[in-house]
Design a protein around this ligand. Structure first.
Ligand code: LLP
Length: 436
């Protein structure tokens, strides 16, 4: 987070609270989120989009990156909308009092109960993902006597340059209606034919996550706008909205160079204006769905070192295995996507020589790695605190109780004050699920 510095004792400090104090007060491991940093990134996207699109735009924070009641409240207060993709995430939005009109529901297999809950809450949009779902939503909306506002998710066929498991718009994957295969157009016709139960807002495209290359967004936007224009003209309708998804990459290490929200929004506005002019259609209201780019950089995970072991690599080289008190249960991204993290000593500085280190967790498998390669001071020892930055997105959200290790709390820090926004799980919480 932007407020991080070292104090005169060499301790990391975030929003005026130092890491040693945080560890003593809340224990480790813990996710520490800089509330102002999170809010500023949310506002940054909102302002950039409103600046680039003269008649307004919407930013849906993708709650899948990290969601809890406090975060949903921040998002609403900063004037953003919230993208949820399950009944559980919808329940958070409801508990935080996010107005229904500012919530969008995603998912490739929404249950009838989730659809019903969303329609009763009055969500602003359901993003449809299959023909089965079109029928299901039409039936549920009719039975409730409401008209469901819907968007159609389009598979644009763009190969996003990211890890295969998080790319979502190439043809051979589960999301969306294929554009090339004609299903996206047919889906629009089906929805338009159900005008008593559904109102077609427009199309939705999301090409993947942790993307830096802008060409993918551009091609996807062009393709989806071509469809948008054809559906408008050939059916004599006006589609008021267009969602270009999320996926904006963040810097996990110094090798990544993300673009600013202003650059992203400016490029998007230019593409949309150009394509709409070329097709002679009205410019729809554009929305985007950043998750990682808002949540990710706002947070670091604070761990305590338990053991240090030196392993010979041959040729005189060696590596230190530095074991911390969490691991793949609180951050599975290294194991799952070969994600690249860095880390730093959080409780002190040292002038000991740098030593090639691997930060590993406490779980029972060798893939339990948090930071693959990092140079830590050679005197790193049990009790030292380690901070891993950039863990605000898809860490707590993908956490597990592997090995019955309780999940860490989330601590929000602002103006020198730290507070728990998600409490630490306990072994009792885990045991409570076991039926006797
Ligand atoms: N919109 C839709 C429809 C999505 O599926 C996603 C992410 C987003 C927005 C937000 O994408 P973001 O701006 O956060 O990149 N667990 C993986 C990432 C999975 C992303 C899933 N969908 C990871 O840890 O890298």
């Amino acid at each position: 987070p932007s407020s991080v510095r070292r104090d005169e004792r060499g301790r990391l400090q975030v929003a005026g609270v130092d890491a040693v104090t945080l560890a003593a007060q809340f224990g480790t491991p813990a996710y520490v989120v800089d509330e102002d940093d999170f809010r500023a990134r949310a506002r940054g996207f909102r302002d950039a989009m409103n600046g680039a699109f003269s008649h307004g735009a919407d930013v849906y924070y993708a709650g899948k990156a990290f969601l809890c009641t406090a975060v949903a409240t921040w998002i609403a207060q900063e004037g953003l909308c919230l993208d949820v993709c399950s009944g559980g995430e919808l329940a958070v939005a409801m508990r935080a009092g996010v107005p229904g009109a500012r919530v969008g529901l995603h998912g490739n297999n929404k249950s009838a109960a989730e659809i019903e809950a969303a329609l009763i809450y009055g969500v602003g949009r359901l993003v449809l993902d299959s023909f089965d779902e079109i029928d299901r939503v039409a039936a549920i909306a009719a039975s409730l006597g409401v008209v469901a506002p819907v968007m159609i998710r389009v598979t644009t066929g763009v190969e996003a340059h990211t890890h295969e498991f998080i790319a979502t718009a190439h043809e051979d994957q589960k999301f969306g209606f294929s554009l090339a295969g004609g299903q996206a157009y047919q889906a629009a016709e089906r929805v338009l034919a159900e005008s008593g139960a559904m109102r077609l807002l427009g199309f939705h495209s999301h090409i993947g996550s942790q993307i830096f290359d802008t060409a993918g967004f551009e091609v996807a936007a062009r393709r989806v706008l071509d469809l948008h224009g054809r559906v408008e003209k050939e059916n004599g309708v006006r589609l008021p909205e267009l969602d270009l998804g999320g996926g904006f990459g963040i810097a996990y290490t110094s090798e990544h160079h993300p673009r600013t929200p202003e650059q992203l929004a400016g490029d998007m506005a230019a593409i949309v204006a150009r394509e709409c002019a070329a097709q002679d259609v009205a410019v729809p209201r554009v929305s985007i769905e950043p998750g990682r780019a808002i949540a990710g950089p706002s947070t670091f995970t604070l761990y305590a070192v338990g053991t240090v072991k030196e392993v010979e690599l041959g040729g005189g080289a060696s590596r230190a295995y530095v074991s911390v008190d969490g691991g793949m249960s609180d951050n599975v991204r290294t194991a799952l996507y070969a994600a690249d993290y860095s880390c730093t000593m959080a409780g002190r500085v040292s002038d000991a020589a740098p030593m090639l280190s691997r930060v590993v967790g406490k779980h029972c498998e060798s893939g339990d790695i948090v930071v693959m390669d990092e140079y830590l001071p050679a005197d790193v020892r049990p009790g030292d605190l380690i901070a891993v930055p950039g863990t605000g997105a898809y860490c707590r959200a993908l956490s597990s109780q592997y090995n019955h290790v309780p999940r860490p709390p989330v601590i929000a820090v602002r103006d020198g004050v730290a507070r728990v926004i998600v409490r630490r799980e306990t072994i009792e919480d885990i045991l409570a699920l076991d039926a006797l």
